[in-house]
Design a protein around this ligand. Sequence first.
Ligand SMILES: Cc1cc2nc3c(=O)[nH]c(=O)nc-3n(C[C@H](O)[C@H](O)[C@H](O)COP(=O)(O)OP(=O)(O)OC[C@H]3O[C@@H](n4cnc5c(N)ncnc54)[C@H](O)[C@@H]3O)c2cc1C
Ligand code: FES
Length: 267
Amino acid sequence: MFLEDCKVLENYQVGDNYYLMKIESKKASQESKAGQFFMLKVKNEMRILRRPISLHYVDKDKNILEFYYEVKGSGTKEFRDLKENDTLNIQGPLGTGFTTDVREKTCVVIGGGMGIAPTKLLIDNLKKENKVIFIAGGRDKGAVEILKNIDLENVEVHITTDDGSVGEKGNVVSALEKVLENKKVDMVQTCGPHKMMEAVAETAGKKDVFCEISLEERMACGIKACVGCSIKTLDGMKKVCHDGPVFDSKIIVDVDPAEKVGCSCSK
Ligand SMILES: Cc1cc2nc3c(=O)[nH]c(=O)nc-3n(C[C@H](O)[C@H](O)[C@H](O)COP(=O)(O)OP(=O)(O)OC[C@H]3O[C@@H](n4cnc5c(N)ncnc54)[C@H](O)[C@@H]3O)c2cc1C
Ligand code: FES
């Protein structure tokens, strides 16, 4: 894990309220894995806590990290306002990543909405030695615009949108059901809204397919120093920032955990 001041290379809008930021990182880029995240801070001493953002992609040869984010509140507005050559302080990589050390398997990667963020690097890692089926879904055209930034060569792609503006009208779960009816799948890996991941895990579970889900929990420290992200699992209490955010879906009691311990402040 590194604390690093990084130069912003690019930061531009991709769809309605979605942005793609590329930064130069000489240290963290060399250690980063698909599914990990970073705590990002802008140069504003008034802001105490950082904001957790997933690693979208890493180019280890060029020392570039990519983040795909949605502007929601004050923290992400500050990210949006960063310009080329500004400085962004990063802490990471943090957490566990997705399983990528597999060969000759059929892997289904599912990203819903902002959950598409970690799928670019995951697909890139998996497709070298496996068959990858990518199911991406979002509300509308703007929510899946980011797919233009993902190399989908040699990947079977299914796109769904709620309004049918791109791909099939519907959701990623019905697309997964169709895939599982027709193919023998070894692994499903997903990131997205809680309800979506719950349904994906249940659908994969019915076919006894190994499934990993990436949980998004409010985080204060990001480095297992508080209890803000603790969740109850069948393997005992876990911290999403350290033991996750990627978990085997079989140990998750509640994808949207009701059982919380301690502080949930993130300001
Ligand atoms: C492991 C992890 C990876 C994430 N990856 C991405 C990503 O790749 N791209 C992206 O756009 N977002 C990602 N998020 C969510 C992102 O951290 C929040 O949207 C961001 O912190 C909001 O900060 P803000 O100051 O803009 O908004 P705030 O004003 O703080 O809050 C606005 C909204 O965001 C929600 N929120 C605030 N803090 C968090 C938090 N720590 N976790 C989850 N929701 C929060 C609040 O419930 C509220 O609805 C990730 C979260 C986690 C935990
Ligand atoms: S966010 Fe503090 S322990 Fe996970």
